[in-house]
Design a protein around this ligand. Structure first.
Ligand code: MG
Ligand code: ZN
Length: 229
């Protein structure tokens, strides 16, 4: 009869090591970093732009945009007059900590309060790669359909809040908000949920309040003491 001794050991992957370095650098600079994940076309760039417009007098904001190709998104954000860095992943369908590591030196971190990171549009693997940011946010949108939490459960489990964008077109789609939320609730009970429209501005204030609260908590904790959920 054999005996098995299970040793639970946490081994940090190379990506996780790099994520810790990103986190340390952001903490030291006092920059709260938020990773926005979504499927393509959900409105991540529009959300960043609306957030910059609304909060630019309260926070010094910058953006990092991940896409397979082009600098279209970073150009849109830079056009608002805030620092923006484009990461072209060269085919990879997610951002990883090494990519963010390469982008940070291109930003004036000492002069920033808030960094909004737009991940590559994809509901599958971005949740599997830690970046070293402080908060992860999922941007869902009405045209995608209400069944996404059931089909892509992994994406909903590790996030700290969730937006449902494009509420202005709700009447044109068979989107059952209760069905959608029941699916999310099973995966991530009590998740903060903000239905909104970046186009009309409806519902945006609740998201901005959440962000303000996180920024206050981050400042109060002095960066490094800020709890990662
Ligand atoms: Mg975009
Ligand atoms: Zn990927």
């Amino acid at each position: 009869m054999s005996r098995t001794v299970a040793v639970v050991e946490r081994i940090l992957s190379a990506n996780d090591q790099m994520a810790l370095e990103n986190r340390s650098e952001l903490d030291a600079a006092g920059v709260l970093a938020v990773n926005l994940m979504a499927s393509p076309g959900a409105g991540k760039t529009s959300l960043i732009m609306a957030t910059v417009e609304a909060l630019r007098d309260e926070f010094r904001i910058a953006g990092v945009d991940g896409d397979l190709a082009t600098s279209i998104d970073a150009d849109r954000i830079a056009a608002l007059g805030v620092p923006a860095v484009q990461i072209n992943t060269g085919g990879a369908c997610h951002l990883d900590a090494v990519m963010l590591r390469g982008a940070l030196p291109q930003l004036p971190l000492a002069e920033l309060d808030l960094l909004l990171v737009e991940n590559v549009g994809n509901l599958i693997c971005p949740s599997g790669f830690r970046l070293g940011v402080h908060r992860n946010v999922l941007v869902a949108s009405v045209p995608e359909g209400d069944d996404k939490p059931y089909k892509y459960p992994g994406m909903y489990q590790g996030v700290d809040s969730m937006l449902l964008n494009k509420m202005d077109v709700l009447d044109a789609f068979d989107f059952d908000i209760d069905y959608f939320r029941r699916g999310v609730e099973i995966l991530n009970p009590g998740l903060a949920f903000f239905p909104l429209s970046c186009k009309t501005g409806e519902g945006l204030e609740a998201w901005l309040s959440w962000l303000r609260d996180e920024a206050s908590a981050f400042r109060a904790a002095g960066g490094a003491g800020y709890e990662i959920r």
